[in-house]
Design a protein around this ligand. Structure first.
Ligand code: ADP
Ligand code: MG
Length: 443
């Protein structure tokens, strides 16, 4: 895993603001996910051209129509933010990039990097000034505790937590640390890891829709895969997803939460007025403070801005996991052919580009320092973890804690770690960020 040598400075008050927003984000996700009609209406144009989203929506509709075998719904999410310095009235503002609702990874690595940075500070006697803080990182704990709670709700001794993973588990150490963390707390909770593509050979439903894998009853299905169309490139993939969703096992996420995390939802609920449909006015105002402007590409304004103001925009389809967005000056050429194609245009959202301030740091990849040991200009993105367990839209448990910092070289657009763009960092909270030239500077 690539890591930074030093933690990333971040304004203390904005970090605590992000933590305070997480319960609101959890509540919003829960309400959106459980509003079947809202999901159907929001995606009605998207699915005309987007087969992947259509399949997810169809599964959600089918399991609701057939009657839910499992009324408890579960999601571990992560809300990602960047600092923004475009508005001269504020030294820095925080803007939300997106809320991830499926396979929110790196909680374990993030904790390890926090510990690594604490160790480096201790070993080299780097003293924290009074106002600095390296906050506790509870992301791994949140993931493990939430999976344990879901297991308890299922309430069947000798059942299992199933990790659904990629064929070649490149991120196995993240899974492994979650499993170990669960075992430390509850030695009786066993887990299994099965690649998504191998699941169909081993699963079957019992008389009460219990999910069995090789005869072992599954209490909780934790999806760390199956969020990208490429993951479905084997025969029977959608039938596998449907079987899992139809089962009594508690899914993380259930398909309705997966859908609620889509970029289209983010665009439709892009202002306080729209948010008031699900939240109080106070909550809606608080949350919309960190929103960027977002347009649908099938709106007149959206299409015009994509052609004319591409220097400040990101174009996004309904995809997760990195590598799918179109950035800045690549946008006009990309949208050129879509002018008379509203069906294709409706798949995309257009988002203001966040101008993240840079900092100085060193990135280590495969034990080697990038950039020949020279200090790099990097930009960092903060993610806050949350989790929700609900029963017919009333929240049973919800948690907000822990963080991930992903840092990438200035000028790199994408931000994923597993996808090879970013390194993992940790937080150094400061009160006077703007003045600390030695660690942090604006470009
Ligand atoms: P994905 O679902 O593929 O992770 P994201 O919306 O998170 O898609 O975008 C991927 C990365 O692109 C982010 O992690 C971030 O680094 C960058 N990015 C996304 N939106 C913006 C934006 N509005 N401004 C600047 N960078 C962005
Ligand atoms: Mg992302």
């Amino acid at each position: 895993m690539p890591v930074t040598l030093l933690p990333s400075p971040f304004p203390r008050h904005l970090y605590y603001e992000a933590l305070a927003l997480q319960p609101i984000i959890n509540e919003l996700s829960c309400k959106v996910a459980n509003d079947l009609q809202f999901l159907q209406t929001t995606f009605q144009d998207v699915i005309k051209a987007d087969e992947f989203t259509k399949n997810l929506l169809d599964i959600n509709l089918k399991v609701n129509r057939d009657g839910l075998a499992q009324p408890v719904k579960f999601c571990i999410n992560r809300s990602d933010y960047m600092l923004d310095r475009t508005d001269s009235r504020y030294p820095f503002r925080m803007r939300q990039v997106e809320v991830n609702a499926i396979s929110c990874s790196m909680a374990a690595h993030s904790l390890n990097v926090s510990k690594l940075h604490e160790y480096i500070f201790k070993k080299y006697n780097i003293e924290l000034r009074n106002s600095c803080e390296m906050p506790k990182n509870g992301g791994l704990e949140l993931v493990a505790d939430s999976l344990i709670e879901a297991f308890n709700i299922y309430n069947k001794p000798n059942s299992y937590v199933l990790f659904v993973v990629e064929d070649i588990a490149i991120n196995f150490s993240d899974y492994y640390q979650i499993e170990i963390n669960i075992l430390k707390k509850r030695a009786d909770i066993k887990s299994l890891r099965v690649p998504f593509s191998k699941l169909q050979d081993t699963i079957n439903l019992g008389p009460n829709k219990e999910l069995f894998v090789d005869g072992k009853e599954i209490a909780v299905v934790y999806l760390r895969h199956a969020y990208d169309p490429h993951h479905y490139e084997f025969s029977g993939s959608w039938e596998t997803s449907l079987t899992v969703e139809q089962s009594r096992a508690i899914k993380c996420p259930s398909v309705n939460y997966h859908l609620a995390g889509a970029k289209k939802i983010q665009q439709v609920l892009n202002n306080a007025r729209q948010l008031e449909r699900f939240l109080t006015t106070k909550q809606a105002n608080q949350l919309s403070e960190v929103y960027c402007k977002i347009w649908s590409l099938d709106s007149e304004d959206g299409y015009r801005l994509a052609k004319e103001r591409s220097d400040g925009m990101v174009l996004k389809p309904q995809r997760e996991g990195g590598g799918n967005n179109i950035y800045l000056d690549a946008i006009p050429k990309f949208v050129e052919n879509l002018e008379n194609d509203p069906v294709q245009r409706s798949q995309y959202i257009l988002m203001e580009y966040i101008k993240n301030p840079s900092e100085k740091n060193w990135i280590f990849r495969n034990e080697l320092c990038e950039n020949d040991f020279s200090c790099d200009k990097i930009v960092s993105e903060l993610g806050i973890y949350g989790s929700i367990l609900d029963q017919r839209s009333s929240i049973l448990e919800d948690k907000s804690s822990g963080y991930l910092v992903r840092s990438k070289r200035l000028g790199v657009n994408e931000g994923g770690v597993a996808s090879g763009y970013a390194a993992i960092s940790s937080l150094l909270l400061l009160d006077d960020l703007g003045n600390d030239e030695s660690l942090y500077y604006q470009t």
